[in-house]
Design a binder for this molecule. Structure first.
Ligand SMILES: [Zn+2]
Length: 86
């Protein structure tokens, strides 16, 4: 599978086949690596622990899969990976 990710300018991006997961829902999940929220605790000064979510740093990017272009949420790690490979 060959596809392209574009944030500002068109750049090619090669990833292993089957690595791309594109969904039509707006979940807080990267369309390329599938990274989603992670869970942990807020820890106050008195060490009281309350649940919290660590959200992935997602940005809308133009993703082209087999010539078909669409907007998808992509994490900054994947944007940086494709910027380095281009
Ligand atoms: Zn990602």
């Amino acid at each position: 599978m060959c596809y392209y990710v574009t944030l500002i300018s068109p750049q090619s991006y090669a990833m292993p086949a089957g690595a791309l997961k594109v969904s039509n829902t707006m979940a807080q999940r990267c369309a390329i690596c599938g990274k989603g929220p992670q869970y942990g605790h807020n820890v106050s000064h008195s060490k009281v622990r309350t649940k919290r979510r660590f959200m992935p740093n997602l940005h809308k990017a133009r993703v082209t899969i087999n010539g078909r272009s669409q907007t998808a949420l992509v994490c900054t790690r994947c944007l940086r990976t494709q910027a380095k490979s281009a």
